[in-house]
Design a protein around this ligand. Structure first.
Ligand code: 9UX
Length: 69
C-alpha cells in the first residue's frame, strides 16, 4: 500500500533547496518518493504508512524551510 500526500513548503528558491527538502523528507521512515515542484512549493510524499504532519514538518524545518499546509 502506498499513501500520497501533498504539502506546501515556503522558502525554497533554487534547486539546492529542493534537494535539501528531498533528502530530509526522504529520511522519514516509510517514505518511498518525494517530489518537489519549485514554483509552487508543492511537495508530494509517497509512503508505505500514514505520516504524521508533525514529522514531515520537522524534516522540512531541518532542511531550513517551513510547511504551510
Ligand atoms: Mo541557493 Mo537554495 O543559496 O537555499 S541553496 S537559494
Amino acid at each position: 500500500m502506498s499513501e500520497s500526500t501533498t504539502y506546501t513548503v515556503t522558502g525554497m528558491t533554487c534547486g539546492h533547496c529542493v534537494q535539501s527538502v528531498r533528502d530530509e523528507v526522504g529520511r522519514i521512515d516509510g517514505v518511498t518518493s518525494v517530489k518537489v515542484d519549485l514554483p509552487t512549493g508543492a511537495v508530494t510524499v509517497e509512503s508505505t504508512r500514514d505520516l504524521a504532519e508533525a514529522e514531515v514538518r520537522a524534516a522540512v524545518a531541518e532542511a531550513g524551510y517551513e510547511l504551510t499546509a
